[in-house]
Design a protein around this ligand. Structure first.
Ligand SMILES: *Cc1c(COP(=O)(O)O)cnc(C)c1O
Length: 471
């Protein structure tokens, strides 16, 4: 270390001294004295370490003022919520990593109403006795799907786990080999099956499974027949899957239940609203499924939840499983889900008011209008450093719903004029560092912002002057 470095090290102010300075007092008052002290100590320790390793030249000004300012910046960043809103311009509407379905105002209002105080979560206001938390949504689920009964848990993965653990512990569950799906984030049917205590029996081949395959596999230890929606892939060509009515007949002929993990699970016929057809929960139950499980935050457009709907006797057994207690949802989820379900009373209204469905069905002309309005601001922000145009693109539904169907959309394509040092990646990072981070996708040397999901145009445009892009 240089002699000036040594001298600086000795002259680093003591923590006490920093806390007594007016700016230090202010930090103590704002963040709590103990917390402010801890962070000041961290900042001073870091400064000392840097001085020791890099010398004074690397740190020209380590006076009290600089240390207090560094501590303040650190304190502010620590108390800023880590989980925050972003703009999803990736083109994947139901993006699992970006929180899936945006909630409608009605759901946010319902959550707010029960968040601050007590509610009748498990309390029957008529009798004054203990109630069932599912009661707040069960009737609506039944009305919309034709199910006799229903229950709600944390997500669809939990729903499948609970269902199998209740109906098939130490017994066999027959599934087509073509449906042993892995959903992103380590949900794999064979693994969930073994964790539930059930034994998987695979039948058929990857591309073709026949009714006879199921019939041959049914034995004394069979608990149920199961169908799993092949959410995120499609098998084309020489294929055969057993239709649900036949699987149901096959199971019922042997006195067994037939259950379906429907994955996304839509409540209405999406083909009437310009989207590809996806079998509804009601259609699945009508085809003979005894239980159907599906997510709350995929095509349904609600909060994260897993719904099990179907036969009353089976749902009753599921509710009695002690695991239900561990997988249950909280009051906020139930409030939001209840509000979302009531919107489905009028399917056209659901498509209008549920952001997920509204964005999925957003007309191409409207997306073009968004592009026309925001383009000048983006051109102005990037100056001559990038080429910006509007291009055709295709959005995806996401979350494993209808994986091969793409929706025509428009994107801003931002291509840096220099390509050195991975300029596109740096540009993408600069957009992610904005106060309202903007997340796009990089394709072919350019950054693409699919505008289908851009609702907050003003918020997007207002922060562009703050883009810090080291060109
Ligand atoms: C998405 C999906 C799941 C998991 O649902 P989560 O709500 O994400 O837990 C399970 N099965 C299928 C077929 C799915 O598509």
């Amino acid at each position: 270390m240089t002699s000036t470095g040594n001298a600086l090290m000795r002259s680093l102010p003591a923590i006490d001294e920093l806390l007594r300075a007016p700016a230090g007092e202010a930090l103590g008052a704002r963040f709590g004295r103990e917390f402010a002290t801890t962070i000041l100590r961290e900042v001073v320790t870091a400064a000392r370490a840097r001085l020791a390793s890099e010398g004074a030249a690397a740190m020209p000004a380590v006076d009290a003022e600089a240390l207090l300012a560094a501590a303040e910046a650190r304190l502010v960043s620590l108390v800023t919520p880590a989980l925050r809103p972003v703009l999803n311009l990736t083109g994947t509407v139901l993006h699992t990593n970006l929180g899936r379905a945006p909630l409608p105002q009605a759901a946010i209002d319902a959550m707010t109403a029960v968040a601050a105080g007590a509610s009748n979560l498990e309390f029957d206001l008529d009798s004054g006795r203990r109630g069932d938390r599912d009661s707040h949504v069960e009737a609506w689920i039944c009305r919309l799907t034709g199910a006799e009964a229903a229950t709600v848990v944390n997500n669809n993965a939990a729903a499948v786990l609970l269902l199998l653990n209740t109906l098939a512990p130490r017994r066999e569950v027959i599934v087509s080999r073509g449906e042993l799906v892995e959903i992103g984030g380590a949900f794999r049917i064979p693994d969930v099956m073994s964790r539930a205590g059930a034994k998987l029996v695979e039948v058929g081949t990857t591309n073709r499974t026949h009714r006879a395959d199921f019939e041959a596999a049914i034995g004394e230890r069979t608990a149920l027949l199961m169908k799993v929606h092949t959410s995120n892939y499609a098998i084309h060509g020489f294929t055969h899957a057993v239709p649900e009515v036949e699987l149901a007949a096959c199971a019922h002929g042997r006195g067994l239940p037939f259950v379906v993990d429907l994955g996304s699970g839509t409540l209405i016929d999406l083909s009437r609203h310009g989207l590809p057809h996806e079998q509804t929960v009601a259609e699945t139950l009508a085809a003979g499924a005894d239980l159907v499980s599906f997510s709350g935050d995929k095509l349904l457009g609600g909060p994260q939840a897993g719904i099990i709907a179907g036969r009353a006797d089976l749902v009753r057994r599921i509710k009695k499983n002690p695991m239900k207690r561990a997988l249950r949802v909280d009051k906020l989820t139930l409030a939001a889900l209840g509000a979302v379900l009531t919107l489905y009373a009028d399917p056209a209204r659901a498509v209008r008011e549920l952001p997920a469905l509204r964005l999925l069905t957003r007309p191409r002309a409207e997306i073009d209008e968004v592009a026309r309005r925001v383009l000048p601001a983006v051109v102005a922000a990037l100056g001559e450093h990038a080429e910006v145009d509007v291009v055709d693109c295709a959005s995806q539904i996401g979350s494993g719903a209808l994986p091969v169907d793409l929706l025509a959309s428009a994107a801003l394509r931002i291509a840096p004029r220099v390509t050195r040092g991975n300029a596109v990646e740096r540009l993408a990072r600069a957009f992610r560092r904005l106060p309202l981070p903007v997340v796009g996708r990089v394709s072919d040397g350019a950054l693409l912002f699919d505008l289908r999901c851009l609702d907050d145009e003003a918020g997007f445009v207002a922060q562009l002057p703050r883009l810090a892009w080291p060109r």
